[in-house]
Write a protein that binds this ligand. Structure first.
Ligand code: NCD
Length: 311
C-alpha cells in the first residue's frame, strides 16, 4: 500500500494520526545518511523557506535552516520581533503575506499560543509551528519520538516520565498528546504542584484512555521508567519572577541517581541546571543525539510539505 501524507500544515500534534507520524519518521530515517554524513541532496533546489522567529531559539531555527540547506533549499527570515517590521507596527498577518509572496513554506515561532494557526489561515503556503507560547511544539515531538524509536526500538509499551515545567513547557504538551497514539504507554508526570500538566491536556489523555500518574518526587518513579524526559522551568512565562525563584532548581538529575538503571535521559534543551554535567559522559545521555536528530526529522518535514504543496 502506498503511504500518503496529506496534511498541508503542521500546527498541533493533535492534527496528526499515527500513520502521519510514522510516515514522517520513515522519511527521516531515509534522510539520516545525508544528514549525518553532511551530504547535500537536490530535493528542494530552488525552494525558499521563510523563517519567522519572534521568540529566541538556537536549535530549532538552526536545525530548520540546516535541514533546508542539506536539501539544497535556502532560507530567509528574522530571529526576533525587533528585527522585523512588526516592531514598526506592521501586523503579523501582513508580514506573513509578504513572506508568502517570496517563500514555499513558513516556519513560525511566537510567544503567543495560536499564532501559527492564525497565519496558516491567512496564507496559502504550508505553515509549520516551531513553538507557540506555552501551547504546542509538534516538530520537537516528532524528533523526540524519532529518538525514542532509534534508541529503544519501539515506542509502544514504554513507561515514560515527563519532568519539570509541565505547565508552561510546550514540548511536554505535544509529547503527551502524541504518546496517546501508541499502545500501552504509561506516563508519569513529575513536577512541583505549581507546574502540573494543564487540565486541558489531562482531559485529552482521559478521552484517549491514556494511563498517567502525577507525582512530585522523582524517586517514586525512577526505578520504573524507560525514559526520563527532563525539561527546563520556563522562566520567561512566569508573571512574577519570585514564583520562578521559589521553584528554580526543583529537580536535578545527576549520575548517581541513574546508576544501575535501564533508562535513557532526554531533554529538548536548552538545559539550565536540570541535568548535572556529570550525566553527559554516561550511556544515559541521549539529549545531544536528540538535538542532532532534529536535522533528518526537519528535512523529512520540509521535503514532504514543500513537495506535496507546490506553489
Ligand atoms: C524548547 C522550546 O523552545 O520550547 N526548546 C527547543 O525547541 N528545543 C524547550 C525550552 O525552551 O525549554
Amino acid at each position: 500500500m502506498v503511504k500518503i501524507f496529506d496534511l498541508k500544515n503542521i500546527i498541533s500534534i493533535k492534527d496528526m494520526k499515527r500513520s502521519d507520524i510514522d510516515y514522517l519518521l520513515d522519511e527521516a530515517s531515509k534522510l539520516e545518511d545525508i544528514a549525518q554524513s553532511r551530504e547535500i541532496s537536490e530535493e528542494l533546489k530552488g525552494k525558499l523557506l521563510g523563517v519567522m522567529f519572534f521568540e529566541p531559539s538556537t536549535r530549532t531555527r538552526m536545525s530548520f535552516e540546516t535541514a533546508m540547506k542539506r536539501l539544497s533549499g535556502e532560507c530567509i527570515g528574522f530571529e526576533s520581533s525587533g528585527s522585523s517590521s512588526v516592531s514598526k507596527g506592521e501586523s503579523i498577518a501582513d508580514t506573513a503575506k509578504m513572506f508568502e509572496g517570496y517563500c514555499d513554506a513558513l516556519v513560525i515561532r511566537h510567544e503567543l499560543e495560536g499564532v501559527s494557526k492564525f497565519i496558516s489561515d491567512v496564507v496559502d503556503v504550508p505553515v509549520i509551528n516551531a513553538g507557540d507560547g506555552a501551547g504546542q511544539h509538534p516538530t520537537q515531538t516528532l524528533l523526540d519520538l524519532y529518538t525514542i524509536k532509534q534508541e529503544i526500538g519501539s515506542i509502544d509499551n514504554l513507561k515514560i516520565a515527563l519532568i519539570g515545567d509541565l505547565k508552561f513547557g510546550r514540548t511536554v504538551h505535544s509529547l503527551a498528546n502524541a504518546l496517546c497514539l501508541y499502545d500501552n504507554v504509561e506516563l508519569y508526570f513529575v513536577s512541583p504542584p505549581e507546574l502540573k500538566m494543564p487540565q486541558e491536556i489531562l482531559h485529552d489523555l482521559d478521552k484517549m484512555n491514556m494511563s498517567y500518574t502525577e507525582v512530585s518526587n522523582i524517586n517514586e518513579i525512577i526505578d520504573k521508567v524507560n525514559v526520563l524526559y527532563v525539561t527546563r522551568i520556563q522562566k520567561e512565562r512566569f508573571g512574577d519572577i519570585d514564583d520562578y525563584l521559589k521553584i528554580k532548581g526543583a529537580y536535578i538529575i545527576n549520575k548517581k541517581m541513574l546508576e544501575g538503571k535501564d533508562l535513557i535521559v532526554m531533554h529538548p534543551l536548552p538545559r539550565i541546571d536540570e541535568i548535572d554535567g556529570d550525566v553527559d559522559d554516561t550511556k544515559y545521555n541521549k539529549y545531544f543525539k536528540q538535538a542532532a536528530n532534529a536535522v533528518p526529522v526537519r528535512m523529512a518535514i520540509l521535503k514532504t510539505l514543500i513537495k506535496n504543496n507546490p506553489k
